[in-house]
Design a protein around this ligand. Structure first.
Ligand code: GDP
Ligand code: IMO
Ligand code: MG
Length: 413
């Protein structure tokens, strides 16, 4: 065996957590390879609801080993907080010594810069993701492995603060004292030391096992291929999962793309199929579209087949899981974007920027109820037709259809 990947095809929150949880029993190892605690993956099991941020969703499956790999920006404070909900992590969680360390000042920089941007704010989660990745790229970040030698870590941090003194002052961010740093890092070392390892070697030694890469964020938030600058700071697509985990490219086997039966977005930036009317509001209410991480209302709109096809191609998807079909239950008409009008011209591809893009829609007849349906034959004809048409438009088979938040509310087609 080798590695399979679950990747978001839209602007995040597609329901990746639900699918990872659903399939995790088939895997020995579940890996997070990028992003940080900007992610919020919800898993519903029975009457319990778990919101996972840094912790791979495999934690809810007893036998899986969970890996936070090199490409993730890890807040030691946040992963410690999450670990506490799941008991003893030894043998269940490994954290890469090469992962970037995200500290509190990253979040403070993130929030201060968002304020400075004013009306041009990106609408980040304010968790410090961008500043942490910026330090990685400028080679001034601490890595998680630095927690194993605190004295050297403090020296590095003191150099870092010295270099950035003016910048911190300008943004109004306090620089912690040496004593504070020592206490903080010691706490992290005590809690995490035993979990820190060379996950590259671990994954290579276990490459013949069943490995699942759990994507965070999604294709349209990719730093290179998304709607820049309204994106996150990592490569969220399939190739990013390989860089971020050290899984050799030829060991990637199956790619499952996750898309909602409509589209949502949190934060600012272009969103051609956003619906500002009653239907958008209906979707928000019915789908409970509020962020898992920040609680912000999600912007809602129709399925964008042009964007989804772009994402299917970028990730070389073998199959798609279509999520939250039940949220469209009860709508009279359902729209799907099948082309764009850009600067007065009709185009059938996702352009490098979405300036002046307007959606061209095809309208479908709605249906009464799909909520809780578990068999293809039990789906209303109009819902079946909707799914079959989407398959054609995006050029990829839709294998899973989710009809509710629970594990069981899933149709395997
Ligand atoms: P992720 O970030 O991609 O893992 O997605 P989130 O967890 O942020 O958001 C998806 C939300 O939709 C969560 O609250 C899920 O419990 C919920 N959900 C997932 N699949 C379905 C579905 O098929 N129907 C409904 N109604 N809710 C779903
Ligand atoms: P999951 O894994 C939805 C969005 C933010 C903002 C932009 C940049 O749950 O799908 P950042 O804090 O990353 O610098 O913010 O990216 N964003 C997400 N939107 N789901 C996510 O994760 C997201 N992670 C970041 O809202 O627009
Ligand atoms: Mg989410």
């Amino acid at each position: 065996m080798a590695a399979d990947l679950i990747v978001g095809l839209q602007w995040g929150d597609e329901g990746k957590g639900k699918i990872v949880d659903l399939v995790a029993k088939n895997y020995d190892i579940v890996v997070r390879s990028q992003g940080g605690h900007n992610a919020g993956h919800t898993v519903v099991i029975g009457d319990k609801k778990y919101a996972l941020h840094l912790m791979p969703s495999g934690i809810l499956n007893e036998n899986a080993i969970n890996v936070i790999a090199n490409g993730v920006v890890v807040s030691p404070a946040k992963i410690i907080e999450e670990m506490e909900k799941f008991g003893d992590m030894q043998g269940k969680l490994l954290i890469s010594d090469k992962a970037t360390m995200l500290l509190d000042y990253h979040a403070q920089i993130d929030q201060a810069k968002e304020k400075l941007r004013g009306k041009n704010a990106i609408g980040t989660t304010g968790r410090g993701i961008g500043p942490a990745y910026a330090d990685k790229i400028t080679r001034t970040a601490l890595r998680i492995g630095d927690l194993l030698d605190i004295n050297t870590a403090i020296e590095k941090l003191e150099d870092y603060f010295e270099m950035n003194k003016g910048y911190f002052e300008y943004l109004g961010i306090n620089i912690p004292s040496k004593e504070e740093l020592k206490k903080e890092l010691q706490f992290y070392q005590d809690k995490l030391g035993i979990l820190i390892t060379d996950t590259t070697r671990f994954l290579w030694q276990n490459i013949d096992k069943n490995i699942l890469l759990e994507g965070a964020q999604a294709t349209l938030l990719d730093i290179d291929h998304g709607t820049y600058p309204f994106v996150t700071s990592s490569n969220t697509i399939a190739s990013g999962a390989l860089t971020g985990s050290a899984i050799p490219p030829k060991k990637l086997q199956k790619v499952t793309g996750i898309a909602k039966a409509y589209t949502t977005r949190v934060g600012n930036g272009p969103f051609p199929t956003e619906d500002f009317g009653e239907d958008g509001e209906y979707i928000r209410k019915n789908g409970f579209e509020y962020g898992t991480t920040t609680g912000r209302p999600r912007r809602c709109g129709w399925f964008d087949a042009i964007a989804a096809k772009y994402a299917v191609t970028l990730n070389s998807c073998d199959e798609v899981a279509l999520m939250k079909l039940d949220v469209l239950d009860g709508l009279d008409k359902i729209k799907v974007c099948i082309a764009y009008e850009k600067d007065g011209e009709e185009i059938d591809y996702f352009p490098s920027n979405l300036d002046n893009v307007k959606p061209i829609y095809k309208e479908f007849d709605g249906w009464d109820k799909t909520a809780g349906v578990t068999k293809w034959e039990k789906l209303p004809k109009n819902a079946q037709n909707y799914i079959l048409e989407l398959e054609k438009l995006i050029g990829c088979p839709i294998k899973y259809i989710a009809t509710g938040a629970e594990r069981e509310a899933t149709v395997m087609k």
